[in-house]
Design a protein around this ligand. Structure first.
Ligand code: GLA
Length: 726
C-alpha cells in the first residue's frame, strides 16, 4: 500500500513537473520592476504582468492572459498584430508558439533574456530580446525575425514590442511639435479604440511627433506619485506607437519602425532586427521615469555620458551665412575672453563653384570657400587654439542642393522618384544612404574634413529635411519599400565608421533643431540641439518636455540676441542665461553687438556656470513647478551624494502683487544641512532672495516647508545653490 501511495505521489509530482516544464514562467527583472510571461497550455507565450517587482515565489499566483507576447496576424486575437508575414507559399498567417528561452548576464548590471518563438508549421522564428538594466529599472526590448523557407517571406508588420496592460483607466501623455516648437506635451484619457502616434517622415523623422510616451495608470500623471510607464523608441526613421484599448478595456501598446508602405522582403537565413523600445515603470510618478532614463542614458544611451560637456559659442545666429575670416577671428577672440571653451563654425563655410552663401546652393560641396576663408579652416583652428579654446565645425553630410557640383556629378545619388519633378525642401534633397557608394561618400565628408584640418574637436551633424518622393535609384524595383529601413542602416554604417576612427571628437546631433533625437542615434553623439528656437521663454517648455526622456547634460541650450530672431520676444540677459545654464550652456550671438556691461555679465555667468556645471550635468533632476500649470516654474538638480543641489526658478508672467509659491524641494538628504547662495546675480538690482542668502536649513525643512521667496517681474529668474555644511 505504502509503495502504491509512493508511486502515486511520484506520478502526480512528475505530472506537475512536466506541466511546469510545459508552462514555464519567464520573468525579466530590474531592481524594482518585473515583467512576466507565461506559456499557456497551447504553448502560446502570454504577457501576464508588468509593474512593481514581484517576489519569485508569487509568480505561480499570476494568471495567464489572452495577450500574446508578440501577436501574429492570422492566429492572434488582439486587434493589432505585431507581426504580419506572407510566407513563401503565399500563406498569410503565422502561428508563433513558444520554443525555448535563455538568460545570461551581459554585465553585473545587464541581464539578457531571449525568448524564441517558432511558427507551428513553417521554419520561421521570432526571437524576443530583453535587456534588463537592473539599477536603472530600464528594459530594452526588440525582436529578431528570420526563417529558412525556400523563398523570401514578405514582412508587412514587424513591431519591436507588444506591451500589455490591464487597468481601469489609462492616461497617455504624447510629445509633439514642429520646427522651432518641439516637445510639447498633451495628456488624454484613452478610450476604446486606437490612438496612433507615428512618423512617416523617414529622415528628420521626429519633426512633428516624438517617439516617446508616458502612460499613467489609474489617474492623470503626477510628478511624485502614481503608477506610470515611460517609453521611447530608439530609431531615427519612421516609427509607430499604437495604443489600442480593446473590448475588455485592456491596453495593447505596439511599438516599432513604421510598417507604413514599408513591406520588407526577407531572404532565407537573414536576420531582421527591429529597433528597440526602452521602457521603465515607476510607482512614484513621472519624476522617477525621467531619473531612470537619465541614469540609464549617462551609462548606456549617449556617447561618453561620464564626461563633462564643454561650453561653446556658435556663430549661426551671430552671422548666418554672412562672415569672413576677420569676422570669425573676432568672434573666436571674444568667445575666449568671455570664458567659452569652444568655438563652433556653422553653415556657410564651403562651396567653390556654388558658394554656400544662402541655403539655395553649395550643400554637398565640402571644400572651403576661399573667398570667405582664404587661409582655410586650419587657420581658424589655429586661431582658436592660440586663444586657448577648441574648434568645432558644422556638417550636413546626408544632404545636397541641386545647385552643387555633387548633384551635377551624381544626380542618381538622391532620394527621388523617376519621372517626377524634384521635390525640394529648404532647397535641398536627401542623399540615398541605402546605396553603399553614398555611404562611402558621406563618411568621406567627415573623414576628409577631419584629416585635412587637424585639430577639429567637435562636429555639429545636421539634417534639415524629411523624405518625400521616397524612391531609390539604387534599390531594385521590388525593394523600393526597403528604403525606410535601409536608409537608417546606411546611416548607422557611416556613424560606426566615424566613431571607429574619431573616438575623441565630440558630435552634436542636430536636425533643423530637434528632428532627430533618439536612443539609437545618441550613443554616437555627445549632445543634441533640441530646437532652433532659442527664445528663453519657449525654451523652458521645450526643455521641460525633452528632459522627461533625455538628460540635460546633452541638451545644448544657447543664449541668443533679443528681440529673438524667431519669436521677436525680448527677455532679460539674466533670464536667457539662467535658462541656458539649466542645461548645457552655449551662446549664439555676435559678442561685438553686446554692451560692455552685457559682456561683463556674460563673463561672470559663464564662470558661475562652471561652479554648478557638475551638478547640472551629473545630478538627478527633480521637477518642482510645471510651466504648464503655474505662472512660476522651477526644477532642481541634486548631486548623487546629495551634498550639492541647484534650484532654477523662473517667473513666466508679471505678478503684480508678487508670486509667493513655495518651492518644495526634492531629493535632498533630510538630515543634512544646506547653505543657500544665489548664483548669477544681477549686479545692482535688489533680489527678493537676499534675506535667505547664506542661511542654512535642513533637507527636511526644505522638502517640507520649502524655499520661499517672492518673484514679481515677468521673466524674473533665480538660480539658488545648496551646499552641504559638514
Ligand atoms: C539648421 C540648424 C541650425 C543651423 C542651420 C544652418 O536649421 O538647426 O542650428 O545650423 O541648420 O543651416
Amino acid at each position: 500500500m505504502k509503495i502504491f501511495l509512493f508511486s502515486l505521489m511520484c506520478l502526480f509530482s512528475s505530472v506537475a513537473f512536466a506541466q511546469e516544464i510545459l508552462t514555464p514562467v519567464i520573468s525579466v527583472n530590474t531592481r524594482n520592476n518585473t515583467l512576466l510571461f507565461k506559456v499557456d497550455d497551447k504553448s502560446k507565450l502570454r504577457q501576464c504582468y508588468y509593474g512593481e517587482k514581484l517576489p519569485e515565489a508569487s509568480f505561480k499566483g499570476v494568471q495567464t492572459t489572452a495577450a500574446d507576447a508578440y501577436p501574429a496576424f492570422g492566429t492572434s486575437y488582439v486587434h493589432e498584430a505585431a507581426l504580419r508575414a506572407v510566407h513563401a507559399d503565399g500563406n498569410t498567417s503565422t502561428e508563433l508558439i513558444y520554443d525555448s528561452h535563455s538568460v545570461k548576464n551581459i554585465s553585473d548590471n545587464i541581464e539578457q533574456t531571449v525568448i524564441t518563438l517558432k511558427d507551428a508549421y513553417f521554419p520561421f522564428q521570432v526571437k524576443l530580446f530583453f535587456n534588463a538594466y537592473k539599477n536603472e529599472n530600464v528594459i530594452e526590448q526588440w525582436a529578431e525575425i528570420s526563417h529558412q523557407e525556400k523563398k523570401p517571406v514578405t514582412l508587412y508588420n514587424f513591431a519591436s514590442s507588444h506591451l500589455f496592460v490591464s487597468e481601469p483607466t489609462y492616461y497617455l501623455t504624447q510629445f509633439y511639435g514642429n520646427w522651432a516648437e518641439e516637445m510639447n506635451m498633451a495628456e488624454m484619457q484613452l478610450t476604446r479604440g486606437q490612438k496612433v502616434l507615428q512618423s512617416k517622415l523617414g529622415v528628420r523623422a521626429d519633426q512633428y511627433d516624438h517617439p516617446c510616451f508616458l502612460l499613467s495608470l489609474d489617474a492623470p500623471a503626477q510628478e511624485n506619485s502614481g503608477s506610470v510607464i515611460g517609453g521611447t523608441l530608439a530609431w531615427p526613421g519612421s516609427w509607430n506607437l499604437t495604443f489600442d484599448v480593446d473590448n475588455l478595456n485592456n491596453l495593447h501598446i505596439i511599438s516599432g519602425a513604421n510598417p507604413y508602405a514599408s513591406q520588407y522582403i526577407l531572404k532565407p537565413n537573414t536576420n531582421f532586427k527591429t529597433p528597440a523600445l526602452l521602457y521603465t515603470f515607476s510607482e512614484e510618478g513621472t519624476g522617477n521615469i525621467s531619473r531612470n532614463f537619465h541614469r540609464w542614458a549617462k551609462k548606456y544611451g549617449i556617447y561618453r555620458g561620464d564626461r563633462t560637456r564643454t561650453t561653446l559659442l556658435n556663430n549661426w545666429e551671430a552671422t548666418y551665412f554672412d562672415f569672413n575670416e576677420e569676422v570669425l577671428s573676432g568672434i573666436i577672440k571674444d568667445a575666449s575672453e568671455m570664458g567659452f571653451e569652444l568655438f563652433l563654425l556653422d553653415d556657410g563655410w564651403f562651396g567653390e563653384k556654388y558658394p554656400r552663401n544662402s541655403d539655395t546652393a553649395g550643400l554637398g560641396d565640402w571644400m572651403v570657400n576661399k573667398k570667405k576663408l582664404p587661409n582655410g579652416i586650419g587657420y581658424l583652428v589655429n586661431e582658436s587654439h592660440n586663444k586657448g579654446i577648441k574648434f568645432g565645425i558644422w556638417l550636413e553630410p546626408e544632404m545636397v542642393n541641386p545647385k552643387s557640383e555633387l548633384y551635377e556629378k551624381h544626380p542618381d545619388w538622391v532620394i527621388g522618384q523617376k519621372n517626377r519633378p524634384l521635390d525640394l525642401s529648404r532647397n535641398q534633397l536627401i542623399l540615398d544612404l541605402s546605396n553603399p557608394k553614398v555611404q562611402d561618400y558621406v563618411y568621406s565628408v567627415v573623414d576628409n574634413t577631419m584629416s585635412e584640418n587637424p585639430g577639429i574637436a567637435y562636429i555639429k551633424w545636421d539634417c534639415n529635411r524629411f523624405v518625400t518622393n521616397s524612391g531609390s535609384y539604387y534599390l531594385p524595383a521590388s525593394e523600393q519599400s526597403h528604403l525606410w529601413i535601409e536608409y537608417v542602416r546606411g546611416l548607422f554604417n557611416v556613424l560606426d565608421r566615424v566613431r571607429a576612427k574619431y573616438k575623441d571628437v565630440s558630435l552634436m546631433l542636430c536636425s533643423g533643431g530637434g528632428g532627430r533625437i533618439d536612443y539609437a542615434t545618441l550613443p554616437y553623439f555627445d549632445e543634441f540641439w533640441i530646437s532652433d528656437n532659442t527664445d528663453a521663454l519657449d525654451r523652458i517648455f521645450i526643455q521641460w518636455g525633452t528632459t522627461y526622456f533625455f538628460p540635460s547634460m546633452a541638451l545644448a541650450s544657447h543664449v541668443s540676441v533679443v528681440p529673438n530672431h524667431i519669436t521677436g520676444r525680448t527677455t532679460p540677459l539674466k533670464f536667457r542665461f539662467d535658462v541656458a545654464m539649466s542645461a548645457k550652456l552655449g551662446m549664439d550671438l555676435q559678442p561685438k553687438d553686446m554692451t560692455p556691461e552685457e559682456k561683463e555679465f556674460s563673463k561672470n555667468a559663464i564662470r558661475e556656470y562652471y561652479g554648478i556645471r557638475e551638478i547640472v550635468q551629473f545630478g538627478d533632476l527633480y521637477r518642482l513647478l510645471s510651466p504648464y500649470t503655474n505662472k512660476r516654474t522651477a526644477m532642481m538638480y541634486v548631486s548623487e551624494d546629495k551634498d550639492n543641489a541647484v534650484v532654477f526658478s523662473y517667473l513666466l508672467k508679471k505678478s503684480i502683487n508678487g508670486n509667493t509659491q513655495p518651492l518644495i524641494l526634492k531629493g535632498l538628504d533630510p538630515k543634512k544641512n544646506y547653505k543657500l547662495t544665489e548664483v548669477n546675480k544681477m549686479p545692482g538690482s535688489y533680489s527678493w532672495f537676499t534675506p535667505l542668502e547664506g542661511k542654512v536649513y535642513t533637507g527636511e525643512f526644505l522638502m517640507k516647508y520649502g524655499l520661499r521667496f517672492t518673484m514679481y517681474n515677468e521673466y524674473d529668474s533665480k538660480v539658488i545653490r545648496l551646499t552641504v555644511q559638514k
